[in-house]
Design a protein around this ligand. Structure first.
Ligand SMILES: [Zn+2]
Length: 134
């Protein structure tokens, strides 16, 4: 893959967030090897450099897919957790895998994974979250 060399003050063809099309931009700042802020030569708007608009769409779609998968996981869990007693979540409590907690903000959650020495991954109705524990 050919990698174009960028530098401050050079021109670059990229998508303008205001013109909503590919226009010629001036590189205002550099973020290591990629442009940071760019200035549109057409409308004069300065904005963050975006590598590719389609990449962003893919990322959003992947997030949605992950959310849908987590939601499905949560629904599949319902018969399992129906018979488990939930305990109120506390940062200082010790949790075991497959225990059910009751979080003041997120509601019921199922301990799915021990992520680190003091971190657990909990599946809530609206997705997975990493929480502190003892
Ligand atoms: Zn523009």
């Amino acid at each position: 893959m050919r990698k174009p060399m960028f530098s401050q003050g050079k021109e670059i063809e990229t998508r303008c967030t205001k013109c909503r099309k590919i226009t010629s931009h001036l590189i205002v700042t550099m973020d290591e090897s990629t442009p940071g802020k760019v200035l549109c030569n057409i409308c004069g708007r300065q904005h963050d450099y975006r590598t590719d608009a389609t990449n962003q769409k893919t990322a959003v779609r992947q997030t949605r897919l992950a959310k849908a998968a987590e939601r499905k996981e949560w629904e599949d869990l319902q018969p399992t957790i129906a018979n488990v007693e939930a305990t109120d979540y506390s940062m200082t409590a010790h949790y075991k895998l497959r225990s059910l907690i009751n979080h003041p903000t997120f509601g019921l959650g199922f301990v799915q994974r021990i992520v680190g020495p003091q971190k657990i991954e909990i599946l809530f109705e609206d997705g997975k979250k990493t929480m502190r524990c003892k």
